[in-house]
Design a protein around this ligand. Structure first.
Ligand SMILES: [Ca+2]
Length: 465
């Protein structure tokens, strides 16, 4: 029996050796496997299996020789590439974009995890794209995409661009730009047209030093889910949706991401702006350091997030004609003495806020300069079951400025710490029920509302009917 087992083992070894040692590359791989104690052998063997139709025999890591032609040739001929661990060098080809292209339907480029590094070299002067996806159903997965060594940075330097392609999957990527203050482009950029839409799932990626943005969303993007990602030290915005030209876009889900900016400069982590941008869900994210900004967005749900604004600006800013906005179940904090509100909604260039509902939030503001909540010129405001605390002179100010606000409903809120908890002015109808001031001043009416109903409130009121 021992003899048979030994024979079988010898045959297995011989078979593996025959497969692996068929050429110089096999020897190289065997040496590499032998020297790589930290990576599980089974996973490594699978990644480097030369019988894998997606294996690229002439892309060799760690030798600083250009692997771009070999990888692109395999992508073009086979539609797929699978790379083992190591650093692969990708030089910029002369006279063309991009460095690599995923062109055919279902094309895939996969590594073996973050230890598979595509290192982009050379200058990014002029337009530069690392990997451009133009084929539908493409997969880009399990790689580090390192553009940090580009010698000249250009604001149109995008590590990955999805250009007019649908159902792209981008997952397991570690994306890196040169560190600030060098201005670059986006780590991932999405660009479509009405006749050539973009859709994508971007999940479980890590973004470092992306500048301008972690993810730049341009026009023609419909059906985008961004989930489970971590953004760290993005130069401009972690997610920046700006519908350029006459573009439209919408149907965005942004959930369970972490946005972290330790600089304390404030500003905006995620911005959604443009013409007819609509249907946005921003849920269960942690935003540490900066805020969220919506500009001309309709039908947005901002729920379940923890947002800490540590600098200038709002935790949630609603600018211009935002409508049908729900802010619910969030913990929203400002830990900053710079100007700003925790929630600010304002008119801008004749664009007026529509219906805004703020429910079931915990809101805390350490700033002294502006109210914790400021809402200007909205059509209707619903403020229910929020806990609002701070030390500014005003807790919440709701006022019709460009136009009279038709309706304010404030039910079951508590305020703590403000000299005046709620100030209302130029409102058509007001319904105030069951509000409580635990500490500080109560309600003050500016211009008297046309219709005023108040009951069961635990506060002092001044200037009201
Ligand atoms: Ca190489």
């Amino acid at each position: 029996m021992a003899f048979l087992e030994g024979l079988a083992r010898t045959m297995r070894t011989a078979k593996i050796s025959h497969t692996l040692l068929g050429g110089f590359h096999g020897w190289f791989l065997l040496l590499w496997v032998a020297c790589s104690g930290s990576t599980p052998g089974r996973k490594l063997a699978a990644a480097l299996d030369p019988t894998d139709p997606c294996w690229v025999s002439n892309a060799l890591p760690n030798d600083r020789m250009d692997d771009r032609p070999a990888i692109q040739e395999a992508l073009t001929n086979n539609g797929c590439v699978r790379l083992g661990p190591g650093r692969y060098t990708l030089a910029r080809p002369s006279g063309r974009l991009p460095v690599l292209g995923l062109i055919s339907r279902g094309a895939s480029l996969r590594g073996s995890g973050p230890a598979t590094v595509l290192e982009f070299t050379g200058s990014s002067a002029g337009d530069w794209r690392g990997i451009q996806i133009t084929g539908d159903d493409a997969v880009l997965a399990d790689l580090s995409l390192d553009a940090s060594q580009l010698s000249i940075a250009d604001e149109q330097s995008h590590v990955v661009e999805v250009l007019g392609a649908e159902r792209a999957l981008l997952t397991g990527l570690h994306l890196r730009h040169p560190a600030r203050p060098v201005p670059n482009g986006d780590c991932i950029r999405l660009l479509g047209e009405e006749t050539n839409k973009v859709s994508a799932l971007i999940t479980n990626n890590y973004f470092l030093d992306c500048d301008r943005s972690g993810i730049g969303i341009q026009r023609g993007v419909y059906g985008l889910r961004i989930s489970g990602n971590t953004f760290y030290k993005s130069g401009d915005q972690d997610i920046d949706m700006e519908m350029t030209g006459t573009g439209r876009g919408g149907d965005l889900i942004i959930a369970q991401n972490i946005f972290r900016n330790p600089a304390g400069n404030g500003g905006i982590a995620a911005a959604f702006a443009g013409i007819s941008a609509h249907r946005l869900i921003f849920a269960d994210n942690i935003v540490d350091g900066r805020g969220l900004n919506l500009y001309n967005v309709t039908q947005a749900k901002i729920t379940g997030n923890l947002i800490i604004q540590r600098g200038l600006g709002s935790a949630i800013g609603l600018v211009k004609a935002n409508d049908d906005i729900l802010i619910s179940g969030n913990t929203l904090l400002r830990e900053s003495d710079k100007p700003g509100s925790v929630i600010a909604a304002s008119h801008h260039n004749a664009g007026l806020p529509g219906i805004i509902r703020i429910t079931d939030n915990t809101i805390r503001d350490t700033g002294l300069q502006e109210p914790a909540i400021t809402i200007q010129s909205a059509l209707e405001v619903y403020l229910t079951n929020n806990r609002i605390s701070g030390q500014a002179s005003t807790g919440t100010r709701i006022s019709g400025i460009i136009r009279e606000t038709a309706l304010v409903v404030a039910h079951s809120n508590t305020w703590r710490g403000f000299a005046t908890s709620l100030v209302i002015g130029n409102i058509g109808s007001v319904s105030l029920i069951g509000n409580t001031v635990l500490e500080g001043g109560g309600l003050r009416c500016g211009t008297k509302p046309v219709k005023f109903m108040a009951s069961a409130n635990a506060w002092t009121a001044s200037g009201c009917p």
